[in-house]
Design a binder for this molecule. Structure first.
Ligand SMILES: C[S@@+](CC[C@H](N)C(=O)[O-])C[C@H]1O[C@@H](n2cnc3c(N)ncnc32)[C@H](O)[C@@H]1O
Length: 223
């Protein structure tokens, strides 16, 4: 199975061993299926749409007939993930949904955490407001990076509720050290925030962000 660059990056960034990996908002379930192949973890496929979970079930039965005991399927809102019912190291992946929804889901999940859980996030848009929410939650950064697919650049946030890790910052840190990719991401982000206030005057405070982002460019090293 060949993953696209974004999903392959999310797969490759995980170097720890987990007992449970949750492929949340899984849609086609490609990322979870890759972990089913490459890791010993129990894989939990979660999506709110019953027809999508039925299709994942069909595909897994067909392509992974030997692994029936190593995965579970849930038609469920990710906000209600039963993390507390499982012991051992857990990784929750939320990718391919908006930053606002990711923030809502993370707020719900972090309210009910028992033990340390790691999170791998790859939101679409609204990174700044998402990071503001994440800063208010008991989370640390393990790793953060950028990935480009189909001319769109995504932030990848690998976080933990454990004690070791860096502080989450509103604009990110390591993502600005990716040379030309960071520069292009900066240009796209500035362009986005330059347009936001026109569409919605409520978002005027984002003007201030552009200055801070300019400062980040100066710190970005060329490749
Ligand atoms: C674009 S797909 C993302 C697929 C995959 N994670 C990726 O990154 O390519 C978004 C999926 O999120 C699901 N979804 C949206 N809100 C959800 C929620 N609250 N709980 C579970 N699934 C949700 C949708 O049904 C859809 O299948």
């Amino acid at each position: 199975m060949k993953l696209g660059k974004r999903l392959q990056t999310l797969h490759d960034v995980v170097t720890e061993n987990y007992q449970h990996i949750w492929d949340c908002c899984c849609d086609h379930g490609q990322l979870g299926a890759q972990f089913l192949h490459s890791s010993q973890a129990h894989i939990h496929f979660v999506d709110v749409v019953p027809a999508l979970i039925a299709k994942v079930k069909l595909d897994l039965t067909r392509f992974f007939p030997e692994t029936e005991t190593r995965y579970s399927l849930y038609t469920l809102d990710v906000a209600k993930l039963p993390l507390a019912q499982h012991s051992g190291r857990q990784l929750v992946i939320i990718a391919g949904v908006g930053g606002d929804l990711t923030a809502e889901l993370m707020t719900s999940l972090c309210c009910n955490l028992r033990g340390d859980v790691d999170f791998l996030l790859c939101p679409v848009h609204h990174h700044y407001t998402l990071r503001q929410t994440l800063q208010s939650l008991p989370l640390k950064v393990i790793h953060e990076s950028l990935v480009e697919e189909n001319r769109r650049i995504y932030e990848v946030l690998y976080l933990t509720s454990g004690k070791t890790g860096a502080t989450i910052t509103p604009l990110g840190e390591a993502i600005w050290q990716h040379g030309t990719l960071s520069k292009r991401y900066l240009e796209k982000t500035l362009d986005h925030y330059a347009r936001v206030p026109k569409a919605n005057p409520k978002h005027k405070p984002f003007y201030r962000l552009t200055n801070t982002l300019h400062y980040k460019t100066q710190r970005t090293q060329p490749d």
